[in-house]
Design a protein around this ligand. Structure first.
Ligand SMILES: [Zn+2]
Ligand SMILES: [Zn+2]
Length: 463
């Protein structure tokens, strides 16, 4: 079982400004209220709120010592109980000592016994975190019985996507196959890529190209979903497919592709759409997801998932507008979904009506036909035009954005929630967007909510 913690960049900035602001030569404290995502392999704390402790609330404070009174932590535990969250104590070690001190070891058992007694959150997991430098953290979770386990990875998600592994170091990896990438980005990227679990939802023209690039880049673990089987018309674009594969699950083809490439990539295959909650839930193990589906229903679920589980998603879309064999436009799009940023609904890539029409078609096709005849919902679209040059190029644009969030190669000031490439104009733009009032993405209470009685707060289709 891995234990991890995910911050948003904005939350992390709030925390470090408090801990390392003026007068930072003394230890300082804060609390985190967190949602929780529990799978068979990982317990993931998701930061929902940062609560800074003013110096005036402390009993004592020096460069190697801190004493926090019950009048400071009890109200926070009460709030955690009321809001059904987990409780994390954070304090700084301004002298740079990364580990918990002897004093921490003496005081924390009692504190976390109190936390388990006071906080009734179901399956709660509480933790303590030491921040010894603004980019150096180390933590441990406390179980109900007083056992502790180290936090294996801390994620910080935002303009950059950063990972702080336990002790600040990854194990070494064989980089002989990736020598040219090491020459580009330096030695740190390969062990990070090897450690990542990346999801790919939809493995058609764009998704199969994304999958092949992720494998060749050296990503260690992929979770790949596609509910459809290969059709004759797909072979011209789907990487890893052959003409005699028609009828085989596209997800299964991605598994074969990974085996053939021989990098030892672990691939979990999902052969049903993510509109089934049991399949969507499997993506809770991902560090990052690529949305390569062409349906609005799947995209709307990914938008919500990104917010409630604080997982960054690169959503890819492409549309060739052609009439009577004459191209009118070819826009390709890469949208990066980060909690607190405009979502696919804000950008009108997904509309509630579009999602509802697809749900009706899938779940009650006869009713959908009837309403279509009566003119209440639009005609079903014909098969869309698609060409490998444009699906592959848009996939590559998304992989570039992924590499930038990991390495920052586009510079610290670079910001693009969306890239739009117009193949018919040879132009790349960064269209701006704002969060639309009332949109699901503006509801701060959704951020980092994690597991709840109803997954994503939705009613799901029958399994
Ligand atoms: Zn300490
Ligand atoms: Zn939105």
């Amino acid at each position: 079982m891995r234990h991890t913690l995910t911050f948003l960049e904005t939350q992390y900035a709030q925390l470090t400004e408090h801990l390392f602001g003026e007068g930072h030569d003394r230890e300082r404290a804060a609390y985190l209220l967190c949602g929780l995502s529990r799978t068979a392999t990982e317990a993931r704390l998701l930061v929902r709120q940062v609560i800074c402790v003013p110096d005036s609330d402390l009993l004592s404070q020096s460069d190697h010592n801190l004493s926090i009174p019950a009048s400071s932590f009890l109200p926070v535990m009460k709030k955690a109980d009321r809001e059904q969250t987990c409780f994390v104590l954070v304090h700084s070690h301004p002298k740079g000592v990364p580990n918990h001190s002897e004093q921490d070891d003496r005081e924390e058992p009692g504190l976390f016994r109190t936390a388990y007694n006071r906080i009734s959150t179901k399956d709660a997991l509480h933790a303590s975190l030491i921040v010894s430098e603004p980019k150096m953290m180390q933590g441990r979770v406390w179980l109900d019985g007083g056992e502790t386990y180290p936090i294996d990875v801390i994620r910080i998600v935002g303009r950059r996507i950063r990972f702080i592994p336990r002790g600040g170091l990854y194990g070494s990896v064989d980089t002989s196959f990736h020598d040219r990438a090491v020459r580009a980005f330096g030695p740190d990227l390969q062990p990070l890529l090897k450690s990542l679990t990346v999801g790919v939802v939809g493995t058609g023209g764009t998704g199969s190209s994304v999958t092949e690039q992720l494998i060749r880049l050296g990503v260690g673990h992929l979770i790949v979903a596609d509910g459809q089987s290969l059709e004759r018309s797909n072979v011209s674009r789907v990487y890893g497919s052959q003409t005699d594969d028609v009828g085989i699950s596209k997800a299964v083809l991605m598994g074969r592709l990974a085996r053939h490439l021989g990098f030892g990539t672990r691939v979990d295959l999902i052969k049903r759409p993510v509109t089934y909650q049991s399949e969507m839930k499997k993506f809770r193990d991902c560090d990052i997801i690529f949305g390569c589906t062409d349906d609005q229903w799947g995209r709307s679920l990914l938008s919500l998932f990104s917010i409630e589980y604080s997982v960054p998603i690169f959503d890819i879309g492409i549309k060739i507008d052609s009439k009577d064999g004459v191209i009118r436009s070819i826009p390709g799009r890469v949208t990066t979904l980060i909690p607190g940023q405009p979502c696919l609904l804000c950008r009108r890539q997904v509309t509630p009506e579009g999602v509802a029409a697809e749900q009706l078609q899938e779940l009650a096709p006869e009713e959908a036909d009837k309403r279509r005849r009566e003119g209440y919902i639009p005609e079903l679209p014909d098969a869309e035009p698609a060409v490998i040059a444009f699906t592959t190029a848009t996939a590559a644009l998304a992989i570039g954005e992924f590499l930038n969030r990991l390495t920052g190669f586009k510079g610290e000031d670079y910001q693009a929630g969306e890239l739009l490439i117009r193949f018919d104009e040879s132009a790349i733009r960064k269209p701006g967007a704002i969060q639309q009032p009332g949109c699901i993405c503006t509801d701060a209470t959704r951020i980092g909510r994690g597991d709840q009685a109803r997954f994503l707060g939705l009613t799901w289709r029958e399994e």
